[in-house]
Design a protein around this ligand. Structure first.
Ligand code: TXA
Ligand code: MG
Length: 338
């Protein structure tokens, strides 16, 4: 891939190619929802299994309404408040959305991204764009255009350079069911992100809308929740202890990682023959700053210091709600936790 303009990306999208698109969360690999070949290409280029559904990006509430058969009061309120922004609403799909996009589910994830170049592109082409994060399946999500280039060096297309992603972690995915058991909307957070459950609650209470949060227990309806995801090129280890030497870390990693299977849920576990050098990743203490730099630290720290593994110490870890999205990614990106 190479860097290009919004105009060049729009032309690529006319011609059946998928492109790299900046958003405020992470970069996406985007294809037009009305060109089947492009939707297939997204899965093929990413090596993504077809059972993991795509999020559809829109330029307005008007456009979102065309994608669902149930633009409910809750959907409208949340979109008015949090869009453009890092909140994906999972709603019953209309026939504008193919089964390929939703992996056969009757629902579709929709969001309006808060990035000027993504919005410019969406305005220009006037068609929604399906876009998962622009990384090979199971690997660390890209938060800069250069990350996208390095994920797909052999694929001949364009990445729009929109700078570093401001949020740095994927959007909150919220499913909304308006079949009102007890006259309440049923909400489930399928993936945590920068829009917090407390913010959603606060807003709906203020608007006098009856709702309750429920746990989505049907795995089929909450896909993409694999245990291993976001994994960096070299193993990441999460350590819940302060008094441990680097020599011990290397020893434990050597033993435990070599006992693991080579592939977990379709994601390869990287196993250097011998672990010689470990590098600690220290995250900023502010939750927003930590989220913003997390994926690029996972990608770059190990390389820069020629380490065989990276580790993060969580013994004095933060417990507040705003750290939840980062913790979710951290545990899934880790090869081992001890
Ligand atoms: O911030 C983001 O959401 C980024 C940017 C590019 O917008 N996109 C992103 O896409 O993270 P992806 O493919 O990496 O994650 C999409 C996840 C799926 O794995 C699944 O968990 C959930 O969104 N999802 C999508 N459609 C769904 C549906 N109909 N029902 C349940 N979950 C769905
Ligand atoms: Mg992803």
């Amino acid at each position: 891939m190479k860097l290009g303009s919004v105009q060049e990306a729009a032309i690529k999208l006319e011609k059946g190619d998928v492109i790299g698109m900046p958003t405020e969360t992470v970069y996406g690999l985007a294809g037009r929802i009305d060109i089947k070949e492009e939707i297939e290409k997204i899965f093929l280029v990413k090596k993504r299994p077809f059972f993991d559904p795509l999020i559809v990006h829109v330029n307005s509430i008007e456009q979102a309404k065309t994608l669902t058969t149930d633009w409910s009061l809750v959907a409208n309120e949340l979109a008015l408040t949090f869009w453009p922004g890092p909140l994906t609403l999972v709603l019953p799909k209309s026939d504008k959305v193919s089964d390929l996009i939703t992996s056969g589910l009757q629902s579709v994830g929709i969001r309006m991204p808060n990035h000027p170049l993504a919005l410019e592109l969406l305005q220009k082409i006037r068609t929604p764009l399906a876009a998962p994060s622009a990384n090979r399946f199971g690997r660390t999500s890209p938060t800069s255009a250069l990350h996208v280039l390095s994920e797909f060096p052999d694929y001949d297309s364009i990445v729009i350079d929109g700078g570093l992603c401001e949020i740095g972690l994927e959007s909150t995915v919220l499913s909304i069911q308006s079949i009102q058991k007890n006259y309440k909307f049923q909400l489930s957070i399928l993936r945590s992100g920068a829009i917090l459950e407390s913010q959603i609650s606060e807003h709906l209470i203020k608007k006098n809308i009856p709702f309750e949060f429920v746990e989505e227990t049907n795995k089929r309806l909450a896909p993409g929740q694999m245990k291993h995801h976001y994994m960096p090129e070299i193993p990441l280890i999460v350590i819940d202890s302060k008094n441990i030497s680097q020599a011990d870390i290397l020893k434990i990693a050597q033993e435990k990682i070599h006992q693991m299977p080579d592939i977990v849920e379709g994601v390869e576990i990287r196993k250097p023959k011998e672990f010689k050098k470990a590098r600690e990743i220290k995250l900023p203490i502010d939750a927003r700053m930590a989220a913003r730099s997390f994926y690029s630290l996972l990608r770059e720290e190990g390389h820069q210091h020629q380490a065989d593994l990276i580790y993060i110490i969580i013994s004095e870890w933060h417990h507040s709600e705003e750290w939840r999205p980062l913790k979710d990614r951290l545990y899934k990106a880790a090869s081992i936790v001890f």
